[in-house]
Write a protein that binds this ligand. Sequence first.
Ligand SMILES: Cc1cc2nc3c(=O)[nH]c(=O)nc-3n(C[C@H](O)[C@H](O)[C@H](O)COP(=O)(O)O)c2cc1C
Length: 171
Amino acid sequence: MVIKILNGSPRKENTAAMCEAFAEGAKEAGHDVEILHVGKMKIAGCLGCEYCHGKGEGTCIQQDDMTQVIATYKDADMVVYASPIYYFGMTAQIMAAMQRVYCIGKPPKAKKAALLISSGSPGTTNGAIATYKDMIGYLGIEDAGICCLAGAENKADDKMAAIKDMAKNLS
Ligand SMILES: Cc1cc2nc3c(=O)[nH]c(=O)nc-3n(C[C@H](O)[C@H](O)[C@H](O)COP(=O)(O)O)c2cc1C
């Protein structure tokens, strides 16, 4: 499968470690994996102008880093959403990227998704999980796994191994 991982963290720390573990496992299983560090990119929020559904014919009126994300994201058989929790939800950066996909509608080939979440404290992931489940329900794609790590679990060897296994065993 072609797997695109959207990393919504602006830092190369906990969420990045989860992405690397997932990518390592998936690559070992023969998948083609790319991590898109959307948390570090310049991606503005959707303007809701509907240019993409009219004159733009599937292209966005805004020229920013989302152009390069869309160019590669549209090939995905699987999308992995990865984000730290910022005030009970995913980061504004990954949400902007998820919403800007509006211009192409549903990624045409995507059949599977997964969610990787890093937080400081446990019990803060309900909002992110609900957003993810609603999003994949809308996209009509199957959940292949959710992993949430909090506090000291972040970067822990056993947790990284579990994420790697999850990616290795994708059907
Ligand atoms: C602006 C901001 C808001 C945060 N809000 C929460 C929160 O609501 N709940 C929580 O458990 N952790 C919260 N955190 C902590 C991060 O989720 C946590 O440190 C995470 O591991 C960071 O991931 P990263 O290293 O990939 O950036 C917040 C951190 C920041 C910077």
